[in-house]
Design a protein. Structure first.
Length: 346
């Protein structure tokens, strides 16, 4: 049976050799870092390829500039260190065909629009569901199939509240079935990121609620999978460009409002030099960022997270380009284009 002194001696030995092992590991990593640094001084890495040449500006939506102020409160207390480059990917588009209108007519027929479409712009048509109380309308690009669907659901007296957690979860199936009927369900959705937000309706306005028994609308947002280990962000920050508002009428769940703007990202890519976090933060402070989401009448924000992502929006884009994402208090979200200015066309 070991004595107290012997146990103490053995414990001290373990601690001693454990400390030595940890020290060796630390010295090993320091040596690797030092050798890498010296190697880069002797043979610096090749510059980013920039094979697409100068890039267009990211087509952020137009917005009125506000005088906003920012303070920094990240987990570390410092700005992050980014790599010196990031990938830019080409976005592929469907070529226009003479059958665009006919194919779109088939798509909208499968979701209950039986009338003929009315042209409202060069490639944009609108269909009205005249046989329903909710007066649904869908406006769709006959070539890209991007669409907006609206209805008078905020004024409807026939909507019923959701009855439980299972019915809330089923709204995802309703939204996916809607896209499947139109042959538009994307293959690059990340189901783990899907978000459901509940709303009650008061005085024809949507009011966020956490109680299923009060909810008459479930908003489902779908998000695309990460590209090159970076998340994709959209023009409304906390929402996606693929979203559905679903309500229940006569015990049947229906799509009452929808927004579908999806872009196909090709595997063709190249690297570009990007800004440092410090440069991007200076642009945010200088009012040069696109503010994707902020509460009305709030002008002071604490920035808590800063990271790289990609941006997609409703507007046409030739490339999927990286942005520096700023997240802060009150769900604040803003973007600064990450590509160095010398690689962006004015």
């Amino acid at each position: 049976m070991p004595t107290l002194n012997r146990t103490k001696e053995e414990t001290l030995k373990i601690l001693k050799w454990g400390s030595i092992a940890v020290g060796i590991i630390i010295l090993f990593f320091i040596a690797i870092k030092t050798l890498t640094f010296v190697a880069n001084l002797i043979t610096p890495p090749s510059p980013p390829a920039a094979a697409f040449g100068k890039l267009p500006e990211i087509p952020f939506p137009e917005q009125t500039r506000e005088n906003l102020s920012y303070s920094l409160d990240t987990l570390t207390g410092f700005l992050p260190i980014f790599p010196d480059r990031a990938k830019v990917c080409k976005i592929t588009t469907e070529a226009p065909t003479l059958l665009g209108l006919d194919k779109t007519q088939e798509k909208v027929f499968k979701i209950g629009f039986e009338s003929s479409g009315t042209q409202i712009a060069e490639d944009i048509y609108q269909w009205v569901d005249q046989n329903k109380n909710l007066q649904r309308k869908i406006t769709i690009n006959i070539f890209s199939s991007d669409f907006n669907l609206s209805s008078s659901y905020l004024l409807a007296q026939s909507l019923q509240p959701l009855s439980g957690q299972e019915e809330k979860t089923d709204t995802i199936k309703v939204a996916k079935a809607f896209l499947s009927d139109m042959s538009l369900l994307p293959k690059d959705l990340d189901d783990k990121k899907t978000k459901i937000t509940l709303y009650s309706i008061e005085k024809s306005m949507l009011i966020p609620t956490s109680k299923i028994s009060d909810a008459k609308i479930a908003k489902v947002d779908f998000f695309q999978k990460d590209i090159n280990d970076l998340p994709i962000y959209y023009d409304e920050g906390i929402s996606s460009t693929i979203s559905f508002s679903i309500g229940k009428e006569n015990k049947v769940s229906k799509v009452l409002e929808a927004r579908f703007f999806h872009k196909n990202i090709s595997e063709e890519n190249t690297t570009y030099a990007i800004k440092t976090a410090s440069e991007a933060f200076a642009e945010l402070q200088g009012g040069k960022a696109y503010v994707a989401y902020k509460p009305a009448d709030v002008v002071e924000f604490t920035i808590k997270k800063i990271f790289l992502g990609y941006y997609l929006g409703e507007n046409e884009q030739e490339y999927l380009m990286p942005v520096v994402v700023f997240e802060g208090s009150n769900d604040f979200v803003a973007y600064v284009s990450a590509i160095k200015d010398e690689w962006v066309r004015n």
